[in-house]
Ligand binder design. Structure first.
Ligand SMILES: *Cc1c(COP(=O)(O)O)cnc(C)c1O
Length: 380
């Protein structure tokens, strides 16, 4: 069976893990955390990067920093992972779902402004498949209406928009290093902070509401409880794994991009004949080969194709069930305007296996099997 995903492992992970264990520092904010944060700050040119236990927690931290309160409204796409909404629902916010663009599956920036009310506090763009939303437009709307921008860049590590790293446009950007993402530490994430004045508060919330981070830097002589906070520090054990991945990030990126391009080139023929659709990368966006998807004619064709590929020992999967149609989404949110594309496009989308180390011959076999499906059943 060709798996849909295999967690990346590049060689140095075990060495660093052993090093972390032998240093007798396995809780948070040790040497590896320092190195990873610095690496990410330099790579993304962020004011500050704090590692967290997940992207979900990074988003929760962002929601606390933005002081989201009960009754506030937060605008986001419905086509996203539950965490995007959860972080704000936990603060009592109402989620306003806005339709997506069919080309990138990202929130349609042209529909956002109409959804803004005097209760709106934040816009949460999600960079699906590591392809950027229209950040110029989104940041302009946020500025005009004095709203926070919190980027769900869980899938956007190493992607850029007009040359700038995803996660650095909004007040806060949230990364994921879950095992399904390009760079991994099992479970983990990071928050990117744009403005200096938010850094101290973020450190406090992340450290159980204490100023322990300042204490460890020797800036104060004892630490104390300053704010309501939580525990969002990842263990050095996980971070040691991530450090190996960051060091090998170019290798991982190139390997994934090779597979992505192979899929694109070999399936282009089906797109040119109007049989399927392939991902669109708008001008100004450089993606990170996080995901390769195709769009079938409709749900029933997708179901048949997934079944056909299972028979060929290939595990292809669909993706999000739109949040607004879920029980929690109905309870905590509301779809603003017409659902023109969210449901329809989500039903057509199928993801292909894509991970570090997927063999070229496997990727070729997968595209061949997709073409075979259309030849056999769709008479192309
Ligand atoms: C993976 C993902 C998350 C959650 O990341 P975790 O690190 O598992 O919490 C959130 N949003 C999107 C869009 C994701 O793809």
């Amino acid at each position: 069976m060709i798996n849909f995903n295999v967690p990346p492992m590049t060689g140095k992970e075990l060495i660093y893990l052993e090093k972390a264990i032998k240093s007798h520092k396995i809780c948070g904010d040790g040497e590896f955390t320092k190195r990873c944060s610095k690496w990410l700050e330099e790579y993304t040119k962020s004011e500050k990067v704090l590692l967290t236990t997940s992207c979900t927690h990074a988003t929760e931290l962002a929601a606390i920093l933005a002081d989201i309160k009960p009754g506030d409204e937060v605008i986001m796409p419905s086509y996203t992972f539950v965490s995007t909404a959860d972080a704000f629902v936990l603060r009592g916010a109402k989620i306003i779902f806005v339709d997506i663009r069919p080309d990138t599956m990202n929130i349609d920036e042209k529909l956002i402004e109409n959804a803004v009310t005097d209760r709106t506090r934040a816009i949460v763009p999600v960079h699906y498949a590591g392809v950027s939303c229209d950040m110029d437009e989104i940041c302009a709307i946020a500025k005009k209406h004095n709203l926070y921008v919190i980027e769900d860049a869980a899938q956007g590590v190493m992607s850029t928009y007009k040359g700038k790293a995803l996660g650095t446009f909004g007040n806060y950007g949230c990364y994921s290093f879950h095992e399904t993402k390009n760079l991994s530490m099992g479970e983990g994430g990071a928050i990117l902070i744009r403005d200096k004045e938010d850094v101290l508060k973020a450190e406090i919330i992340r450290e159980k509401g204490t100023n322990r981070s300042q204490f460890f830097r020797g800036e104060i002589d004892k630490y104390t409880w300053m704010e309501a906070g939580s525990s969002y520090l990842p263990s050095e054990l996980n971070v040691a794994y991530l450090y190996a991945q960051l060091e090998a990030s170019e290798k991982i990126y190139n390997d994934r991009m090779k597979t992505w391009n192979l899929y694109y080139e070999s399936l282009k023929e089906l797109e040119e004949r109007g049989i399927i659709e392939l991902p669109v990368i708008p001008d100004g966006c450089v993606h990170n080969a996080h995901m390769f998807y195709i769009k079938t004619k409709d749900l029933s064709e997708r179901t048949d194709l997934i079944f056909h590929l299972k028979g060929k020992n290939i595990n292809c999967v669909f993706h999000y069930i739109p949040l607004h149609s879920s029980p929690a989404g109905r309870k905590y949110g509301e779809f603003y305007g017409e659902d023109r594309y969210t449901t329809k496009e989500s039903e057509r989308l199928m993801r292909l296996p894509l991970y570090y180390g997927l063999e070229e011959s496997e990727a070729e076999y997968i595209s061949k099997s997709i073409k075979e499906f259309y030849r056999l059943y769709k008479r192309f």
